[in-house]
Design a binder for this molecule. Structure first.
Ligand SMILES: NC(=O)C1=CN([C@@H]2O[C@H](COP(=O)(O)OP(=O)(O)OC[C@H]3O[C@@H](n4cnc5c(N)ncnc54)[C@H](OP(=O)(O)O)[C@@H]3O)[C@@H](O)[C@H]2O)[C@H](O)CC1
Ligand SMILES: [K+]
Length: 462
C-alpha cells in the first residue's frame, strides 16, 4: 500500500486517540527494523536523529542495537527531541549509547533525521548534515524515508537528500518511492509492518500479483470463450504498429482478432494470417468484446469517422497513441486510456515535469474527472480506475524503453479486456504481463538489444 504524509498522520492520530500511543508505534517500528539491518557484529554504527518522531524511531533503534552489544553512537545535529514520545525514548536510550557532538566516520549510518514530517526543501543546518552523510563511505540505512525526500510529490524537491543504501518504509510506501526523480535516493526499499490498519487507495504490484491462471485453458473451451476483439490502427507511414499489437493480442490468448488497417497495409497482411482484416473505411458492423484504437494512427486520415462508429459500441474501448490526440471521453462502455507522459501532457495541458513530479495525484484526478481507466506509462506505470484509486507496477524492465512497446501493451489489453469481464483487473494484469515478458527476455538478450517482437514471443514463456 502507498500513503501520503497526511494519510499516515491521520492513521497515527486515530491510533493515538484509541489508546495506541506513538511511543509504542516507535517501539514496534524499531523491533521490526532491527532484525533486518545488514549489520555485522564488529560494525560501528552512527544513528543520526532529528527532532521529530523519525528521530524517535532512531533512538529506539539505537537502544536496541546497543542492548544487542553493538557499538552505537547517536548524533543530534539539530538539537534535542521536540516530540514527547521521542524524548521519553531518548531519555532511556541515552543511558545506553554514546551521544556525540561531532560526527565520526562509521561503517553504518542510520538516518533518522526526517520522515513524513518534512515540509518543503530542507532548510538550515540540516543541509550540511545531509551533505556530510552523503560524503561518507558508510552503508546508509534510512528510516521511513531518505531524509530530505518529500513524501507525496517531487514538485519542490531541490535535489538535496540522503542517498540511502536501503530504506525501511513504515506502515506503507510513500509516493516518492515510485517517482523517477526521487526513487533513486531510496536505494532498496522494504516495507515495515507496524500493525496499523491498511486504508490506502493505492497498491503496489509485484511479480507475485501476476495471475498465472490467465494462461490456463479449459479443455472444453471454444475460441469465443476467449473473446473477440478488434484492433484499429496504422496510418500511411506507420504500418507496423497494428501488427505488433495484433500479434501481442493473439499471443495473450484472444479467441478471435480483427485488425482494421489502412489500404496501404495490404502487403503486411500475410505476416499475421491468424487475424481477420478490415479496412479503416469499412463500417464496424459486428459487435466486439473489446476494441483497441490508436497504434500507429495519426490525427486526420479518417480518425473522426472511425471514432464516430467506435464510440457507440458498448464494449470496453482501449485508446492509445494517435487516437489519444483528441480528447474523446464519451463512450458507452468502459474507456481505457494508455498515455505516456508526453501524451498525458497533451490530454491535461500540464507539463511533463508537473506530471512526472506528481503522477499519483494528477492521474487520480484525471481518472475521476473523466470517469476513465487510465494507464499512465513509465518506469512505474500507474493503473488507475475511474474512482481515482489505483496501483503502481514495480516490475521494472528497461527493455520496454523503445518504440513498439506501447503497441504490445495495447494488444495485451485488448486480449484481456475481451475476456468478458471474467478477469479481476485486466489492466493491472496486462501491465504486469508486459513487464514480466520484457524482464524475462532480458535474461537472454541484453535489454538494449531486445526487439518489441521478442517481448511478444516471450508472453507465452513466463
Ligand atoms: N504511522 C507511522 O508510520 C508512524 C511513523 N512514525 C515516525 O514518525 C515520523 C514522522 O514524525 P514527525 O514528528 O511528524 O516528523 P519528522 O520526524 O519527519 O520531522 C519533523 C521535523 O522536521 C523539521 N522540518 C520540517 N520541515 C523541514 C524543513 N523543510 N527543513 C528543515 N527541517 C524541517 C521540523 O522542525 P520544525 O522546527 O520546523 O518543527 C520537525 O522537527 C515518520 O516518518 C516515522 O518515522 C512514528 O514512529 C509513529 C508511527
Ligand atoms: K529518515
Amino acid at each position: 500500500m502507498i500513503y501520503t504524509a497526511a494519510e499516515i498522520k491521520q492513521i497515527d492520530q486515530t491510533a493515538t486517540q484509541n489508546g495506541m500511543p506513538e511511543s509504542i508505534l516507535m517501539e514496534r517500528a524499531a523491533s521490526a527494523i532491527v532484525p533486518k539491518l545488514p549489520i555485522e557484529s564488529h560494525s560501528t554504527i552512527l544513528v543520526v536523529c532529528g527532532t521529530g518522531n523519525n528521530g524517535g524511531d532512531g533512538w529506539v533503534v539505537a537502544r536496541e542495537l546497543a542492548v544487542k552489544g553493538h557499538e552505537v553512537s547517536v548524533w543530534l545535529p539539530l538539537g534535542d527531541s521536540k516530540s514527547e514520545a521521542a524524548s521519553t525514548h531518548a531519555a532511556y536510550a541515552s543511558s545506553l549509547v554514546r551521544v556525540i557532538e561531532q560526527p565520526v566516520a562509521t561503517d553504518i549510518v542510520i538516518d533518522a533525521l526526517f520522515g513524513v514530517g518534512l515540509s518543503g526543501p530542507v532548510t538550515g543546518k540540516a543541509r550540511d548534515v545531509i551533505e556530510w552523510v552523503n560524503q561518507q563511505m558508510a552503508t546508509v540505512l534510512s528510516i521511513d524515508l531518505p531524509s530530505g525526500i518529500p513524501s507525496d510529490h517531487a514538485l519542490e524537491f531541490d535535489g538535496l537528500a540522503i542517498q540511502a543504501t536501503r530504506t525501511y518504509c513504515l506502515h506503507g510506501y510513500k509516493r516518492t518511492a515510485f517517482l523517477n526523480r526521487t526513487s533513486p535516493y531510496y536505494g532498496q526499499i522494504e516495507r515495515i509492518d507496524i500493525g496499523l490498519p491498511h486504508t490506502s487507495g493505492w497498491s503496489v504490484l509485484t511479480e507475485s500479483d501476476f495471475n498465472r491462471s490467465l494462461l490456463e485453458r479449459d479443455r472444453f473451451s471454444h475460441k469465443t470463450d476467449y473473446g473477440h476483439g478488434i484492433l484499429i490502427g496504422g496510418s500511411r507511414h506507420l504500418l507496423g504498429a497494428p501488427f505488433l499489437g495484433g500479434r501481442a493480442a493473439i499471443r495473450s490468448g484472444i479467441g478471435l482478432l480483427n485488425l482494421s488497417v489502412p489500404r496501404e497495409a495490404s502487403p503486411f497482411i500475410s505476416t499475421l494470417p491468424e487475424a481477420m482484416y478490415n479496412q479503416h473505411t469499412d463500417v464496424l458492423e459486428q459487435s466486439y468484446d473489446a476494441i483497441a484504437i490508436g497504434p500507429g494512427m495519426v490525427e486526420g486520415e479518417g480518425m473522426d469517422t472511425i471514432w464516430q462508429q467506435v464510440k457507440h459500441q458498448s464494449c470496453p474501448i482501449i485508446v492509445d497513441a494517435g487516437a489519444l490526440s483528441t480528447r474523446r471521453f464519451e463512450t458507452r462502455g468502459p474507456l481505457i486510456l494508455t498515455p505516456h507522459p508526453g501524451e498525458f501532457s497533451r490530454l491535461t495541458n500540464q507539463s511533463v515535469e508537473e506530471i512526472e513530479g506528481d503522477r499519483f495525484a494528477v492521474a487520480s484526478e484525471f481518472a475521476k474527472q473523466h470517469r476513465v481507466h487510465l494507464i499512465l506509462k513509465g518506469t512505474y506505470t500507474l493503473i488507475v480506475t475511474p474512482d481515482g484509486k489505483g496501483a503502481v507496477n514495480t516490475v521494472e524492465a528497461s527493455a520496454l524503453a523503445k518504440g513498439g512497446s506501447g503497441d504490445i501493451l495495447t494488444g495485451i489489453l485488448l486480449a484481456l479486456w475481451s475476456r468478458k469481464g471474467e478477469l479481476q483487473s485486466p489492466s493491472e494484469q496486462a501491465v504486469l504481463w508486459h513487464a514480466l515478458a520484457a524482464k524475462s527476455i532480458s535474461r537472454t538478450i541484453h535489454p538494449a538489444s531486445v526487439l518489441a517482437s521478442d517481448v511478444i514471443e516471450e508472453l507465452g514463456r513466463i
